[in-house]
Design a protein around this ligand. Structure first.
Ligand code: 2HG
Ligand code: ZN
Length: 472
């Protein structure tokens, strides 16, 4: 459906054509909107979009894409803009397609346990909807109050419950997308079983809007968990965190297993919003969550905790006795990212298979402590999934550019270790612009050539989020 390419448009003509599709009041070019909708949480690249457009239907998105093909315009999809890899940044005069008005929840089906969501539905909106209907949407993260489903799907967002419930991919029953060619595709039609060849739905999940834009999704829901209980344990040696994980997993079904360093926790505590978990301070902490359905579940957790104490892996611990206590313990972990954003952190979001975490972590920690003697290093993450967040904090007096340059150099060594362990340079935050130069540490040259071919099949004129994920 690609239309022939025509002359470049003047700004005025562009606004008129966009307004003809979505209406005058759904196109914005004021300075505040350009600044706000042109960037995500990375804040590295100065935003410079040409216009922000707010479609209300899939057909309007299709018309915008056809227009982009006709005039060689670049489109950037925009959801809650909570991304950390600059996947939704418009720094080069692009048109931002914001999904805020496509936020309807409809077609709830209690038998199939599915519900249809516009791309602009906020994660928390879906979580609340599920709860109101006696069900549960389990993909959760600190930014659930502002992230949108279209963005979650396009980045295959993970979060804090992946160990039990998986990533966003596992909850997408069907998708409506507009491809870079301007075709509307209904992918998988919400089926549980559908072995009819390539599952193209999966290409759009985690595709970062480079093949097309997700406009609607049917999401799966599940039963509500019962009495989620949180344990925080003090673990002096990093190596022992994984021993604690194995010990708990041998006997229990966990809904989360997270870790954070004392340095990370001290930053959160310094804000004064949440109390310390216990008096002893250790270099590392694990946060464990499980369903305490019966007294036996609680006894089991206590038995494993005592075993870990006897082994000397754990020196202190606390268990939540109420939902409020559980929520406060979670804040020790969930507030880290936002708290440290004050220090303009250089972010790494790396992963390996769980069994390789201890040597992987040791190798990387050695490199970063050697190479960053003057920088504060903050470790935390979803260690139960093999996913570590390594944040390097910028010292106060150092210019941002110099800091990022130094970090990028060390990144290469970090990613060589990632490659050696066959890990990922982006476990859950996506590639966007920040990780694009490092994709080859995780993807082979042959894989990347196929990825480019796929991109061009769906988006031959490279109008969909160009410059993100990979260059074509
Ligand atoms: O800021 C980060 O590095 C991680 C953010 C998020 O993925 C988290 O797990 O809190
Ligand atoms: Zn994370």
């Amino acid at each position: 459906m690609t239309a022939p390419t025509e002359q470049a448009l003047s700004q005025q003509a562009l606004i008129e054509l966009l307004s003809a599709i979505v209406g005058d009041d759904k196109v914005r070019t004021d300075a505040d909107s350009l600044e706000n909708f042109g960037k995500d949480w990375t804040k590295i690249y100065p935003p410079k979009p040409a216009a922000i457009v707010f479609p209300k239907t899939t057909e309007q998105v299709q018309k915008i894409v056809l227009l982009a093909n006709q005039h060689q315009l670049a489109l950037v999809p925009s959801g809650g803009r909570t991304g950390l890899s600059a996947g939704a940044v418009a720094a080069n005069g692009e048109i931002v397609v914001a999904f805020d008005y496509m936020n309807q929840i409809s077609d709830f089906n209690a038998t199939d346990r599915t519900v249809k969501c516009g791309a602009g539905v906020i994660t928390e909106q879906l979580q609340t909807f599920a709860e109101d209907n006696g069900l549960f949407y389990p993909v959760d993260f600190a930014s659930a109050g502002s992230s949108q489903l279209g963005g979650n799907i396009s980045t295959n967002a993970g979060g804090i419950k992946v160990i039990k419930w998986g990533m966003t991919r596992d909850w997408v029953a069907g998708l409506t997308v507009v491809t870079g060619n301007g075709d509307i595709l209904e992918l998988n039609k919400d089926l549980m079983k559908n072995n009819t060849g390539y599952d193209m739905r999966q290409l759009f999940i985690g595709g970062e809007g480079t093949l097309g834009f997700v406009t609607e999704a049917t999401m799966r829901l599940t039963r509500q968990p019962k009495n989620l209980t949180v344990l925080v344990l003090g673990i002096p040696e990093l190596d022992n965190v994984m021993k604690v994980l194995s010990q708990f997993q041998a006997d229990m079904d966990l809904t989360a297993f997270e870790f954070f360093s004392d340095k990370a926790m001290q930053k959160v505590l310094a804000r004064g919003d949440v109390p310390a978990p216990f008096e002893t301070s250790t270099d590392f902490y694990a946060l464990i969550e499980f369903e305490a359905v019966t007294d036996a579940d609680m006894d089991q957790a206590m038995t494993v905790f005592e075993q870990c104490m006897e082994e000397g892996w754990v020196v202190d611990g606390v268990i939540s006795q109420s939902e409020t206590q559980a929520a406060n313990l979670w804040r020790l972990r969930e507030d880290i990212s936002e708290t440290i954003s004050e220090w303009t952190p250089y972010k790494n979001d790396i992963s390996v298979v769980v069994s390789k975490v201890p040597p992987f972590l040791r190798d990387i920690d050695e490199v970063v402590t050697r190479e960053y003697p003057d920088f504060e290093i903050i470790w935390f993450g979803h260690i139960g999934d093999g996913n570590l967040h390594l944040n390097i904090l910028k010292p106060e007096g150092l210019a941002k550019e110099e800091f990022f340059e130094k970090c990028a150099k060390v990144s290469t060594w970090v990613f060589e270790i990632v490659e050696k362990y066959q890990g990922s340079v982006s476990a859950e935050h996506g590639v966007g612009m920040t990780k694009k130069p490092y994709l080859q540490y995780t993807r082979s040259a042959a894989e990347m050539a196929y990825m480019k071919a796929v991109k061009l099949a769906f988006d031959p004129n490279n109008v969909m989020n160009p410059g993100k994920l990979l260059d074509v």
